[in-house]
Design a protein around this ligand. Structure first.
Ligand SMILES: [Cu+2]
Length: 169
């Protein structure tokens, strides 16, 4: 029959309490996370929607990191409307707000703030919109596209190359 000697039981107790301590440290580090993640200083990322006559995103690859606040500035300096659509990104972020901007002699100012879940954003020629969000899930996404129809070619902007990739680390 198996019999524990007193020394063995003491070392089992020591190992047990060490694991308890480790567990408490892990739990307390999770509980005392970062506070309000939407109130950080935002990291600004600019994307051009359309470059001259070319229907494309510039840059066409975007990198984000979970837990950080981003201000994604969507700029349309072309002469047609464009969409910024990535359902993969939309479902992996917490949106703090979308700001619709207007340009004046003093620079850009807000004309509206939209709160709530965002799935895609359309920007009209000569305008810019800011999407403030915190990524919460990682992902390697190949679904950034613009689904506007190009009347001349009868193709969508995506078919003409207006697509992109997003990596959330
Ligand atoms: Cu487009």
């Amino acid at each position: 029959m198996f019999r524990q000697n007193p020394g063995q039981s003491a070392s089992i107790k020591a190992i047990y309490s060490w694991f308890m301590l480790l567990g408490m440290m892990i739990i307390s580090s999770v509980v005392s996370a970062e506070g309000d993640l939407t109130r950080q200083e935002p990291i600004e990322v600019e994307v051009q929607l359309g470059v001259g006559n070319a229907h494309k995103f510039s840059p066409s690859h975007l990198e984000f990191e979970t837990g950080k606040l981003y201000k994604l500035v969507l700029i349309n300096n072309s002469d047609v409307k464009h969409y910024f659509t990535s359902y993969g990104l939309a479902k992996r972020v917490f949106s703090r707000k979308v700001q619709v901007m207007k340009q004046s002699d003093e620079g850009y100012s807000r004309t509206a703030e939209i709160k709530g879940d965002i799935s895609e954003i359309e920007v009209f020629p000569g305008h810019r919109v800011e999407w403030w969000f915190v990524p919460v899930q990682t992902g390697q996404l190949n679904d950034l596209h613009c689904h506007v129809d190009d009347k001349a070619s009868a193709m969508t902007h995506a078919e003409l190359g207006m697509t992109g990739t997003i990596h959330i680390r």
